[in-house]
Design a protein around this ligand. Structure first.
Ligand code: T68
Length: 834
């Protein structure tokens, strides 16, 4: 079946369209057949589902490339100021559907697919998602790449091309079982390898200090290991614009000069070992959503991608603008948490050691290049590295950090005469216990601006972890509230809702300007809209129920049941166990009174636990164990069901958000920096049950307190209670229902008689309860009762749901990026026409 035989009838001779770029249905069909033939070497009859997907991916990628090349040309010739987003994680999710939407050809592609007799949904399903991140932080980076392109800001995302991303989660016998993520197994059509864009990255060895002929001090770093970072580029297209930005991920390889004969005479195994060691650096993503102490490979990864990225930026600058004195005018580099904070020392090193710049000039450039985003207040999540490890791996950087610290602490001493306690608190080196480098302090001292990710979080930064720094230079502290991209999280994942919104908010206007959702407000009471709104929600619930029944076997009734969903990483501070206690309370009430009239509910969970986080894994087991009992108890299972969706990732998230009636955002106030799932749910018409934490506060401010189910202590009340000495034991003994719920957990009912299995969880709650589950329990139950009452009044619920969507404009990541561009980066859009 040679494509030539079909072509003449399909592509009218007069069309100027091209099979490589044309957007018409005929061109898409022709291109698809072409790609299947010339890239996959297949004709339809023998093509596998994967071949069919690859042909679709290449067809779409071809249509991005002219825009990409044009963007690169314009950015280059106009010397456009450019944002470099430095992030160890990008949780991208599948590309195909998203790129179709951003190209504006979803519909025509679907019709082309139909005419070719292709199963469009099956092709989309075939894509393996690049899971190069753990959770919120990595997904934020992906949303920001989408928005940077959409608001037309020249940008490069730099990161690591992990061969194995976040593990796949299986549930076996109720427990999480991890499987390695082999996303590259069948090839990745979205990336273009750039073997000639590669940089050496060195580790270990020692430094040699000398003076040059002019008497200036020079330093030579004699390393003992070198690896090569090779660029893999993925185009990131904006929505409805010509701008395509670059996501450049680095893969570690043995250097080209790697030579068995010269370096390893006779030591064949030694030589191969060195190669393996090099490749190990980008092998696997660390699956913890907080740093794991002392992992040398993790520090190697951080330095690896940072060094490649800064070397690349210097190369680009020298190739276009010229003198390095203006580096910070060409580039601004945003540090996504402290993972890339070593960039501060690396830029100093390159400017001084490789480009002979004096300290003061280099520092001025460095300080004006970097900005730092903090994502956590949890003390255990603040990254530090032992000085000993640094000395072994990055001896030159340690010297530079010491010198930055010496100079910085001098300014502290001058400012706060005699306050040595403050000096110790602010030092880049923590001298209490083993000496450790405080990466957050390095990031702050080396940056022009520091920001938190939600209003409350940014305030708490100033009064807790970075208080001393805030007092010294308050003008450098900012807030940029997180956002999420409405392209992926409404248009791609919830097409029915997108279509309905479009009727009221103008064709695709709202997709680029989410504030346009406000046009829905005036129709919130309209019974006709409410009815259609409900249809859309029910259809999404049907899709999810079908999928869950096919994957795991739980049967949920989308018609009668409220879908109550908590989907996020498993963490004690996020309090999935508070949710479980509520389920157990409802279960007990139903057992005591089988005729209890209640709103039927499906409690749905999703989330991965860090493989070494025992409590989090036990929470998964508990959820599945409670599910087993409840789902099999005919006395209650007409009213409540519990489902744990295995392998919560971007793809599966896109199935959950549209189907939620209720979004659980129940972290202890002051612990969740922002949250972004809260935004995704609300944008899809879920109402939120939430604490005054992170961005929940701003969501509530936007949608109106009357359209948000608030419960629990404030961050201030939490602080006070903890200062007074929190005693969970008192709550346990003071509340019969609470005690009975916790006791049921350890009764053996959920563990086939084993009274020990969940004992660690229960004991921890009763005795420590660091996240104050017991203190918020009663308020949570009361709030849940209110929620059930309102759900029983559909018109009221639908009105609230419509208003939630209508008022979510603020939480588009386009707004976040504009905030960064205007208030932090000082950068203007550079529009590229189509
Ligand atoms: C999250 N952080 C915050 N960290 O918890 C969340 N950390 O509140 C916020 O909305 C989100 O960042 C975006 O700002 C994370 O997701 C990590 O994943 C992580 C990974 C490795 C090391 C430390």
């Amino acid at each position: 079946v040679a494509p030539e035989t079909e072509a003449p009838t399909e592509v009218p001779a007069a069309t100027p369209e091209h099979t490589r770029t044309g957007m018409s249905k005929a061109s898409l069909k022709q291109a698809y057949i072409d790609n299947l033939f010339y890239i996959q070497g297949r004709f339809r009859e023998v093509a596998t589902p994967h071949d069919l997907y690859m042909a679709a991916a290449f067809t779409v990628r071809d249509r991005m490339l002219d825009r990409w090349v044009k963007s690169a040309q314009v950015y280059k010739t106009s010397h456009a100021r450019t944002v470099c987003y430095l992030s160890a994680e990008y949780l991208l999710g599948p590309h195909l559907a998203n790129n179709l939407v951003n190209l504006g050809i979803s519909e025509v592609a679907r019709r082309a697919g139909e005419e070719l007799d292709l199963d469009f949904e099956a092709i989309l399903e075939e894509e393996e998602e690049p899971g190069l991140g753990n959770g919120g932080l990595g997904r934020l980076a992906a949303c920001y790449m989408d928005s940077l392109a959409t608001v037309q800001i020249p940008a490069i995302g730099y990161g690591i091309r992990y061969e194995f991303g976040i593990f796949d989660q299986d549930i076996q016998n109720g427990w999480q079982v991890e499987r390695s993520d082999t996303w590259l197994r069948n090839g990745n059509p979205w990336e273009i390898p750039r073997p000639k864009i590669s940089f050496p990255v060195r580790y270990g060895g020692h430094t040699e200090h000398s003076r040059d002929q002019a008497g200036r001090s020079r330093v030579r770093w004699v390393a003992d290991m070198v690896v090569s970072g090779v660029a893999f580029d993925t185009p990131v297209l904006g929505y409805g614009v010509g701008n395509v930005n670059l996501l450049r991920l680095w893969k570690a390889e043995a250097p080209e000069s790697f030579d068995f004969q010269v370096f390893n005479v006779g030591d064949y195994y030694g030589a191969v070992h060195a190669k393996i060691e090099a490749e190990t650096i980008s092998k696997v993503l660390y699956p913890n959503d907080e740093p794991e102490a002392g992992k040398e490979l993790r520090l190697k990864q951080q330095y690896f991608f940072v060094s490649c990225s800064i070397q690349d930026m210097i190369r680009l600058h020298l190739n276009t603008v010229g003198p390095l004195e203006t580096f910070h005018e060409k580039f601004v580099a945003q540090l996504n948490d402290t993972h890339p904070a070593i960039a501060v020392a690396e830029l100093m090193r390159l400017l001084m050691d490789d480009h002979a710049m004096p300290w003061d000039a280099a520092w001025d450039i460095t300080r004006n290049t970097f900005c730092y985003t903090n994502h956590t207040l949890l003390p255990e999540a603040l990254e530090t590295w032992s000085v000993a490890l640094f000395e072994r791996l990055l001896p030159r950087h340690l010297e530079i950090i010491y010198e930055i610290n010496r100079r910085f602490l001098d300014t502290v001493r001058v400012r706060y005469l005699g306050d040595e306690a403050r000096v110790a608190r602010m030092s880049l080196i923590d001298e209490t216990g083993g000496r450790r480098i405080r990466m957050a302090h390095l990031a702050v001292v080396g940056s022009r601006a520091v920001n938190g990710v939600a209003a409350l979080h940014s305030e708490l930064i100033k009064t807790t972890i970075l208080k001393d720094f805030y007092e010294m230079s308050p003008e450098r502290f900012h807030n940029v509230t997180n956002g999420v991209t409405p392209r992926r999280f409404i248009v791609v994942s919830n097409p029915r809702l997108a279509e309905l919104i479009t009727e009221f908010c103008g064709h695709d206007r709202w997709i680029r300007d989410l504030d346009c959702l406000r046009d829905l407000e005036e129709h919130a009471e309209d019974p006709a809209l409410q009815a259609r709104w409900r249809e859309v929600k029910t259809a999404a619930k049907q899709d999810l129920a079908l999928w869950l029944s096919q994957h795991g076997g739980v049967v949920l009734d989308p018609q009668t049941m409220m879908f109550d969903i908590q989907a996020k990483r498993m963490h004690e501070y996020k309090r999935q166990h508070l949710n479980v206690l509520h389920i157990i309370r409802v279960y007990q009430r139903l057992k005591q009174n089988p005729n209890l009239g209640m709103v039927p509910r499906a409690f749905i969970f999703g989330g991965k636990a860090a493989p070494g986080y025992y409590m989090a894994k036990l929470m998964i087991k508990l959820i599945n164990s409670v599910a087993e009992v409840i789902n099999n108890d005919p006395q209650v299972n007409g009213f409540i069901r519990v489902a744990f969706m295995a392998d919560f990732n971007v793809k599966n998230g896109q199935r959950l958000y549209p189907a939620a009636d209720l979004s659980e955002q129940i972290s202890l106030a002051g612990k969740e920096a922002s949250g972004t799932g809260n935004m995704k749910f609300s944008m899809n018409g879920a109402l939120t049950v939430g604490t005054l934490d992170g961005a929940n506060i701003e969501i509530r401010d936007e949608v109106g307190a009357e359209n948000f189910f608030l419960f629990g202590m404030t961050a201030e009340e939490v602080r006070r209670k903890q200062a007074e000495g929190y005693r969970p034991w008192d709550y346990y003994h003071g509340d019969d229902e609470l005690r009975s719920d916790i006791d049921l957990v350890t009764s053996g009912l959920f563990s086939h008689g084993d009274t020990n299995l969940f004992r660690p969880l229960a004991d921890h709650l009763i005795n420590q309860d660091p996240f104050m589950v017991l203190a918020d329990y009663r308020a949570y139950l009361n709030c849940q009762d209110r929620i059930s009452e309102v759900y029983d009044r559909p018109a009221e619920w639908d009105r609230m749901s419509i208003l939630n969507v209508a008022r979510m404009g603020k939480f588009s990541s386009d707004r976040s990026i504009r905030d960064y561009a205007e208030r932090i980066w000082g950068i203007e859009p550079k529009p590229i026409g189509i």
